[in-house]
Design a protein around this ligand. Structure first.
Ligand SMILES: Nc1nc2c(ncn2[C@@H]2O[C@H](COP(=O)(O)OP(=O)(O)OP(=O)(O)O)[C@@H](O)[C@H]2O)c(=O)[nH]1
Ligand SMILES: [Mg+2]
Length: 584
């Protein structure tokens, strides 16, 4: 299915054309039929010569109902622009085209209607010229009569060609269904309708209701008038919601894939085209089917901050439109650059912000977001519309690599400073360090602490010799001096006693990572393990205990517990016949 919204001046024959093409009545209200005028959106569909289906969102042309028109075209990426041959290009022809242009609609065609009443030539030429300068570019035009049926076969063929040009729908995107209607069906409860522009919906799905954060469940789905278990974009859909009162949602609300959208009431945007220098301070922002009053704060030459009267589920890159409701005037299109911009509190912050925005184009950019935000959760970025293809530094936190490196350096500085200022404390409390570095989560501190620093009992301190009491540190130094060139010889028990390394001192040295304990009174320097694996890997595999002992130039007293430790660490494996292999 593809979805097309009509556009064009009042009474130019949009509804008549939709009726002629589909055999369905787009003017749903008795009042519309009585007045011969569309007031609200209408919906109809038909099969094209190719066998494909086109669904129409028929919009009102009257200037009073432009907000309804915008709710219809907002989520729809293609337009059927209708111009009457006998009246030609008129104010709402221009306003509707400006709206399509502002929203960046790139696919469309023109029907010059009422061609039985006047030569369609001049209206066709004017429409072509006006449209050529917009996001729609060069479009096909077809002269038709909704009354005689002339031109309808050609229009159907042109709709097929338009459908073939549309980009493939993003069926794997998260769902953001902008509600354009909600009503109650007796026995079923609340039903909402909308144009599903991306993703898919299934009966039983849980969705977030944008306004309230509430989760709602899809009880039933209809598309093209029939119940379906599933609907994939692009489609017109009617969604029956279980247990959701009708007054809970209406036009401008959205149903969302849970956890995928950021609700925001402050956005930084780029104005499309040549922005008017005198943009009013208050305007209405139209996006999807929503219309929300906004306050406009200019930042750069073509960038502004918008403060929304109501939070909306917006993503980086979204297109929207600003309109001045008082002057019936589309002020222009906007492209969302940032859905979670920083506050502008300091003097000069707005100018600095403008310089940053000057480099943004509304395309999601992970590296740039990390550079600007420095530390951010994976889920936060995904909810802004930024795909994440980077590994978190800790938990679900992503970091700008340069910022992370600097934080690592600051950890060392802060811990040293703390040690100087509090010489009797066994390290800096993790939380004090977290606050000092202004980190939002303790897991970040834990990930930043690297040897020779380490966390023990909630404090960050130096591991290794530096952290040991002076006599123990000296003893360890002696071991290092005496055994550095024969790393697998452990000092004998009496030598340990001579060095002043009793069980308590050895325990402290082991906890500080300065010694490695293989068994009671059997200690090596901590780098011995890696060295041993290198030596053993050089042996013919598998090797025996005796071969290992000889290669390491050591005694059974060391070799037996050393190999057992390597087994436990998975560096070696003991085979059934007691020989071993190095695990690579
Ligand atoms: N002769 C002739 N009359 C037409 C044709 N198309 C529409 N009309 C008449 O023009 C009038 C307006 O047509 P609609 O289809 O209601 O126009 P619309 O564009 O939907 O108007 P709004 O929805 O109010 O903007 C009606 O009286 C139609 O019968 C046509 O091709 N030929
Ligand atoms: Mg109409």
């Amino acid at each position: 299915m593809f979805v097309v919204a009509t556009a064009g001046h009042v009474d130019h024959g949009k509804s008549t054309l939709v009726r002629a093409l589909t055999g369905m009545e787009p003017d749903r209200w008795a009042e519309e039929r009585r007045r011969g005028m569309t007031i609200d959106l209408g919906f109809a569909w038909t099969t094209l010569p190719s066998g494909g289906t086109v669904a129409f969102v028929d919009v009102p042309g009257h200037e009073r109902f432009v907000p309804n028109m915008l709710a219809g075209v907002g989520p729809v990426p293609a337009a059927l622009i209708v111009v009457a041959a006998d009246e030609g290009w008129m104010p709402q022809s221009a306003e509707h085209l400006a709206a399509l242009d502002a929203l960046g609609v790139a696919y469309g065609l023109v029907a010059v209607t009422r061609a039985d009443l006047a030569d369609p030539g001049p209206a066709t030429a004017r429409a072509r010229a006006e449209i050529a300068a917009t996001s729609l570019g060069a479009v096909e035009t077809v002269a038709v009569s909704g009354v005689t049926g002339a031109g309808l076969p050609e229009l159907r063929a042109a709709l097929d060609r338009l459908a073939a040009r549309l980009p493939a729908p993003a069926v794997d995107d998260p769902v953001r269904l902008w509600v354009d209607r909600s009503f109650t069906v007796r026995g079923s409860g609340t039903v909402v309708t909308g144009t599903l522009g991306g993703g898919r919906l299934r009966v039983g799905d849980e969705l977030e209701l944008a306004g309230t954060d509430e989760l709602v469940r899809v009880r039933g789905l209809h598309s093209l008038g029939a119940a379906r278990p599933e609907a994939a974009a692009v489609a017109r859909v009617a969604v029956n919601l279980r247990g959701t009162p009708r007054d809970r949602l209406g036009r401008g609300d959205a149903l969302l894939t849970p956890g995928r959208f950021h609700r925001t009431d402050v956005i930084d945007v780029r104005l499309a085209g040549d922005p008017a220098a005198d943009l009013p301070a208050t305007l209405t922002l139209h996006v999807g089917s929503a219309a929300v009053p906004v306050r406009v704060r200019p930042l750069g030459p073509d960038t502004v901050r918008l403060r929304l009267a109501r939070a909306l589920p917006l993503l980086v890159g979204d297109r929207a439109l600003l309109r001045d409701p008082g002057r019936h005037h589309v002020s222009g299109g906007v492209r969302v650059l940032d859905v979670a911009p920083p506050p502008l509190a300091r003097r000069g912050a707005a100018a600095a912000r403008a310089r940053i925005l000057a480099d943004l184009d509304g395309r999601a950019d992970l590296a740039g977001e990390l550079r600007r935000r420095r530390l951010v959760r994976v889920g936060t970025l995904i909810r802004m519309g930024v795909p994440v293809h980077a590994e978190p530094v800790a938990g679900d936190w992503l970091a700008d690599p340069e910022h992370w490196r600097q934080l690592g350096e600051r950890v060392t500085e802060e811990v040293s400073r703390h040690a100087r200022e509090h010489p009797l404390e066994p390290g800096m409390p993790v939380d004090a360090l977290r606050q000092r570095l202004d980190l939002p989560d303790r897991v970040l501190v834990e990930a930043l602490v690297r040897p020779p620093l380490r966390i023990l009992a909630g404090r960050v301190g130096a591991a290794g010799v530096d952290a040991l009491p002076e006599p123990v540190a000296r003893a360890v130094q002696r071991v290092r001096a005496e055994y550095g060139d024969r790393p697998f010889r452990a000092p004998e028990a009496d030598r340990l006693v001579d060095l002043g390394l009793g069980p308590r001192e050895i325990g402290a040295a082991v906890r500080a990572g300065a010694l490695l304990r293989l068994a009671d009174n059997v200690v090596l320097l901590p780098d011995a393990l890696d060295g041993a694996v290198r030596v053993l890997a050089g042996l013919p595999q598998p090797f025996t205990l005796s071969a290992a002992r000889q290669a390491l130039d050591t005694t059974r007293r060391v070799a037996v517990p050393l190999l057992e430790l390597l087994d436990r660490r998975g560096a070696t494996r003991r085979l059934p016949d007691d020989a071993r292999i190095v695990v690579t």
